[in-house]
Design a protein around this ligand. Structure first.
Ligand SMILES: NC(=O)c1ccc[n+]([C@@H]2O[C@H](COP(=O)([O-])OP(=O)(O)OC[C@H]3O[C@@H](n4cnc5c(N)ncnc54)[C@H](OP(=O)(O)O)[C@@H]3O)[C@@H](O)[C@H]2O)c1
Length: 316
């Protein structure tokens, strides 16, 4: 039996932080997240061409911080990624300088990870051992990384449960597109499980909590990457802006205001969950941290009204 999984409402995703070319800047972003109230950090063996866990380990070793950490198993970096990792700094500087190169690489991003497949028992054990070496401690959560559930055998499910029973990790769970994460969590479920899934603001709260797995915490990603740009369009409608400003009690003039509003909608809508945010920008993290700290929860009918007003801008 594991205890509850308590952490902060905001978590930092290191896949995004690793887009920064320089180690010093990456560490600064982690510091900014921590000082802005982020207490959960999300990594995976494949993030940052295989270097994100090492970055987190270096940061944890040099700071006195109390945080929760999730890592994953099942989607290792590819051979191409491992080779590119050695020239990661100059490569990422090139990508920052050239939007065309960035687009070309993005279209081929699947090359950076091995094809998703169910890991064997040995691969699960080896992957966790490697993650512990890189991070410098056991993760609080070990998640299946976009692993197709039907490919997961009974022996692998037992191995993951055993890791938890033996105390090598506190929680196990599944991450990925909603169905993959929910079904994976159900397959693993004993008495508690963690689900990491994308935010979908189009769904009403009643629909997306349909899992039968005993979920101790949901970690949600993709809020800003999916919803920010469509929602920025709402700034064109003066009437809508006035209405949402008065309902939310917040200014709604700039892209930053829209990002803050989105984060507050998610935090109010799924209290008790953790929202994973990705950023390469310290100031952006500080603004989001301040918005959530200042948050006095909206009454349910206010939240419903804000969501109704914004619904046309909640796009897939
Ligand atoms: N299968 C999985 O488990 C899975 C899948 C996908 C992602 N993830 C995790 O989730 C994390 C989040 O990923 P995501 O891409 O979905 O992140 P996201 O937080 O939805 O979007 C990141 C984007 O939002 C921008 N942003 C952040 N704060 C902002 C602000 N205050 N104002 C304006 N823009 C802002 C960032 O730009 P700036 O850099 O300029 O701030 C970045 O381009 C990843 O790093 C990864 O750890 C997990």
């Amino acid at each position: 039996m594991t205890g509850p999984f308590s952490t902060s409402p905001l978590g930092l995703g290191l896949a995004t932080v690793m887009r920064l070319p320089g180690r010093t800047d990456q560490l600064r972003v982690l510091d900014a997240a921590y000082s802005s109230g982020f207490r959960h950090f999300d990594v995976a063996p494949s993030y940052g061409l295989g270097r994100a866990e090492e970055l987190l380990g270096r940061w944890l070793a040099s700071r006195s911080v109390d945080v929760t950490v999730a890592t994953k198993v099942g989607l290792p970096p590819s051979r191409v990624a491992k080779r590119l990792a050695r020239i990661q700094g100059p490569l990422r500087r090139g990508l920052t300088a050239s939007p065309r190169l960035r687009q070309w690489v993005k279209a081929r991003s699947a090359l950076a990870t091995a094809a998703p497949a169910a890991p064997s028992v040995g691969q699960i054990e080896d992957s966790l051992a490697a993650s512990v070496r890189e991070i410098g401690r056991s993760p609080d959560v070990l998640l299946l990384h976009e692993v197709p559930t039907d490919a997961l055998g009974d022996a692998e499910v037992s191995a993951l449960r055993r890791l938890r029973e033996e105390g090598l990790v506190s929680h196990i769970g599944a991450s990925g597109p909603s169905e993959v994460a929910e079904l994976g969590a159900m397959r693993l479920a004993t008495d508690s499980v963690v689900v990491q899934m994308p935010v979908d603001l189009r769904l009403d709260g009643a629909i997306d909590d349909g899992t039968k797995a005993p979920v101790v915490r949901r970690l949600r990603y993709g809020l800003l990457s999916r919803h920010l740009e469509p929602l920025v369009e709402c700034l064109q409608s003066a009437e809508l802006v006035r209405s949402v400003e008065s309902l939310a009690g917040l200014p709604l003039r700039t892209r930053t205001d829209v990002a803050n509003l989105l984060v507050l909608v998610a935090v109010n809508r799924w209290p008790g969950d953790t929202l994973l945010v990705g950023s390469t920008n310290e100031a952006n993290l500080r603004k989001l941290g301040a918005a959530v700290h200042a948050d006095e929860r909206w009454p349910t009918d206010t939240l419903a009204e804000i969501c109704r007003e914004l619904q046309p801008y909640f796009r897939p």
